[in-house]
Write a protein that binds this ligand. Structure first.
Ligand code: ADP
Ligand code: ASP
Ligand code: MG
Length: 418
């Protein structure tokens, strides 16, 4: 309704823009962002600009924490990590003011972003954008810190890596923005990471479901939780380059015709590991015990494969992030004796996951076969396979992941025509 009234009575639009770490990576780039944001306002719009920490800053803060403590608490991590974005909002507002504009910086808490209390991966519970709206009405550009919020009792929280995307999309939903633009260091969402597959093409339009599957299977161009949020609240958004004016990728609800493309994109996820538990008795309760132990250690697992039982015994394998491997092994070793006498545990790191994603898979057959034969022709061995309605994923040796991505990309006709 707000958007319609704005459109009827003036040309003024309310625009939320987000600039990622590389886009604000040094003073010159912050000045570039300041110019772009100011120009957007001067074209007759109200602007909220969400900014990330300058590139490398969040990683450095994580390293600093490790340097002073083996087990920093999650609460203190959030107090620390939120400073990255706080630095950028102040610098961006200063740069805009220097250009003669009027900008005010706000932390997540000041902007009314409330979250639950799960430090380092908090979920947004409500947004009360009163302060933001007041500042916009007074003619200010609002520069908002990405990636952070506050609990109901005033604790600082952060929203998980890449969480500035979520701040932008959630704020766009809360203020009913006319446009939400995610500015980054590439021209949009590509058919594969363009740094891995140089012939990848920019995708013009992609459905929420495809973007969500790509993001959660390793295409880190968008944080997957932010896409989930956008889908739930119907926030259409564009992914664009902060260094040029090229049209980007529009992420929106599915529409007729989108299914004609079998595979929209290819994702890769490195640093995966596999655990296999051999010779477990084939009886009720075993899987529950194994995954119960993993769950208690707060470890997220991905693919699970259980073999057909032979002589009353079977084996179970699953993948997880390599960083979680030591913790998972330690937890599982504690319960191994409860599973049976001959039970054994093996683990392997150095594996990676390759996924193909597309809503066209629902209506096309032979998709998995085409993927497997491309890998076979390249002599690449598939270790595990999993499928869902719009995704087929395999694990391979990490050393082969880039060539695997290239041959599969070519096999589905995704390569840019020279
Ligand atoms: P920002 O700091 O702007 O949030 P990110 O580093 O989080 O940027 O995301 C942009 C990066 O995502 C690109 O530089 C690119 O290497 C990577 N990426 C991975 N998969 C894709 C893809 N399918 N399309 C575009 N970029 C991708
Ligand atoms: N600075 C945070 C990170 O590096 C959040 C973000 O950039 O979106 O993950
Ligand atoms: Mg990002």
């Amino acid at each position: 309704m707000c958007a319609i009234i704005r459109a009827l009575f003036s040309l003024m639009a309310l625009i939320v823009q987000k600039y990622g770490g590389t886009s604000v990576g040094n003073p010159e780039r912050i000045r570039n962002v300041a110019r772009r944001v100011l120009e957007t306002q001067q074209a007759g719009n109200q602007v909220i600009a969400v900014v990330s920490a300058m590139s490398g800053v969040t990683d450095n803060l994580l390293k600093l924490a490790k340097d002073v403590s083996d087990h920093p608490t999650d609460r203190e991590m959030d107090v620390l990590l939120s400073t990255g974005e706080q630095t950028t909002i102040a610098l961006t507002a200063m740069a805009i003011n220097h250009l003669g504009g009027r900008a005010v910086s706000l932390t997540g808490a000041q902007a009314g972003i409330s979250t639950d209390g799960v430090h380092t991966k908090a979920r947004i519970s409500t947004i009360t954008p009163k302060a933001v709206q007041k500042m916009l009405t007074e003619g200010n550009i609002v520069i908002l810190a990405g990636f952070q919020g506050q609990t109901s009792d005033g604790q600082i929280t952060t929203l998980g890596r890449g969480g500035s995307d979520l701040t932008a999309i959630a704020m766009a939903a809360a203020v009913k923005a006319d446009l939400c633009q995610i500015f980054t260091d590439v021209d949009g969402v590509f058919t594969c990471d363009p740094r891995v597959v140089s012939v990848a093409q920019k995708i013009e339009t992609i459905s929420y479901d495809e973007m969500l599957e790509m993001a959660s299977s390793g295409s880190k161009v968008m944080q997957s939780r932010s896409v989930e949020f956008a889908k739930k609240f119907g926030v259409r958004f564009e992914v664009r380059n902060s260094m040029n004016n090229n049209p980007g990728t529009l992420v929106k609800e599915e529409e007729p015709g989108m299914e004609s493309v079998v595979v929209r994109g290819v994702s890769i996820e490195r640093n995966q590991a596999k655990i296999t538990i051999d010779d477990v008795p084939d009886r009720p309760g075993i899987a529950a015990k194994i995954f119960g132990a993993i769950n208690r250690a707060n470890i997220v697992i991905d693919m699970i494969v259980q073999n057909v039982s032979f002589d009353g015994e079977t084996d179970i394998s699953f993948t997880l992030s390599a960083a979680d491997l030591p913790k998972a092994e330690a937890e599982l070793r504690k319960i191994l004796p409860e599973l049976g006498d001959s039970v054994d545990l093996r683990s392997q790191s150095g594996i990676a996951k390759l996924s193909i994603v597309g809503i066209g898979m629902r209506s096309h057959s032979g998709v998995a076969a085409r993927m497997f034969s491309a890998l076979s022709d390249a002599g690449i061995n598939i270790q595990m396979i999993s499928t869902s309605e719009i995704k087929t994923a395999v694990t391979v040796n990490e050393s082969e992941i880039e060539s695997a991505a290239r041959v599969v990309h070519t096999a589905f006709g995704l390569d840019k025509v020279a």
